[in-house]
Design a protein around this ligand. Sequence first.
Ligand SMILES: CSCCC(=O)C(=O)COP(=O)(O)O
Ligand SMILES: [Mg+2]
Length: 228
Amino acid sequence: MTINAILTDIEGTTSSIAFVKDVLFPYADRQMEAFLERHWDDPTVAAAVGEAADQAGEALDTPARAARVLRRWIAEDRKITPLKTLQGLIWRAGYEQGDYRAHLYPDSAPRLRQWHHAGLPLYVYSSGSIAAQKLFFGYSEAGDLTPLFSGFFDTTSGGKKEADSYRVIQKAIGQPAETILFLSDVEAELDAARAAGLRTVLLDRDGVIDASAHPKVSSFDQIDPTAL
Ligand SMILES: CSCCC(=O)C(=O)COP(=O)(O)O
Ligand SMILES: [Mg+2]
């Protein structure tokens, strides 16, 4: 069966977990309270804080109270949409000021470019907000890769371990499920994608996974969409 589109995860797949955990998350953690103080009346920020309050089940009526909950969620790596929205807004300044550029494994950008130039539409599905994904690939170590992508999906399509999320994404991509290849480093995400009918490949970047129910590679160089 031909592959008509590739849907890729970011953290642990195109890019290292360490960049997200050791650079991006601490940056958002450090800036959260000051950012909320500066932007408290911004409608996007106010809506995200309101949504966070609903999910936390407590009043987040000051920047300090909101920051305490949001920073705890960062430490717990919670994939909660309002947290992801606020992280994306905070990371923008870091990218624009040149504090960091997004990490990419050496094989990621060349293969993404090759697949794009071969006419294969590429999509991203990450727990990071769509705005954060565009910043990530816009300010990557390999330059601006955003033109390579035909679309971006985040937790507003649902959680990455839920099969329904992949059904939503498949409909948006508009290709038969069995012609969409999903790339991820997380077995539970691949299980959910497979349950929705997508093809799957597990990225085992550090070569530490003994066995998987999914085809397993350690590099994008080992993926040939025409041979799947
Ligand atoms: C878009 S960059 C930040 C990624 C992020 O916030 C995250 O939680 C990583 O999630 P992923 O689904 O890419 O593993
Ligand atoms: Mg991942």
